[in-house]
Design a protein around this ligand. Structure first.
Ligand SMILES: [Zn+2]
Length: 101
C-alpha cells in the first residue's frame, strides 16, 4: 500500500527557489518572477520568465498538513512537493545574515 510520508533531503535552496511553483487559494504563482494566476494543476513552465517548474508548494497554511501535501502531490506527481515553511525559514535566515554582514 502506498501512502505519503514526509522525507528530509538536502536541496540547493537557490535551485529550489528558481524552479518553484507556489499554490495560493485558487491559482499558482511563479516564485522566481512572481507571475500570478497560473493553473497549478497543469502549468509546466512560467509563461513570463519561462522557468521550468520542478517543485511545488502551498502558502495556504504555515504548517501544511500531510493530507494537504498528499492532495497536492496527487495533482502534480511530476513535481517534488515541499513545505513552504521550509523555504520561508531559509529565506529568513538569509535575510538575517545580510543584516549582520
Ligand atoms: Zn516566472
Amino acid at each position: 500500500m502506498n501512502v505519503s510520508i514526509r522525507v528530509v533531503k538536502e536541496f540547493d535552496i537557490e535551485e529550489v527557489c528558481s524552479h518553484l511553483l507556489v499554490v495560493g487559494d485558487l491559482t499558482g504563482d511563479c516564485f522566481s518572477c512572481k507571475e500570478l494566476g497560473l493553473d497549478y494543476s497543469t502549468v509546466k513552465a512560467c509563461p513570463k520568465c519561462k522557468t521550468e517548474f520542478r517543485y511545488i508548494t502551498s502558502r495556504r497554511a504555515p504548517d501544511f498538513s500531510l493530507r494537504n501535501l498528499s492532495i497536492l502531490h496527487k495533482k502534480r506527481p511530476d513535481l517534488v512537493c515541499i513545505e513552504f515553511k521550509d523555504i520561508k525559514e531559509h529565506k529568513n535566515r538569509e535575510k538575517a545574515k545580510d543584516i549582520f554582514l
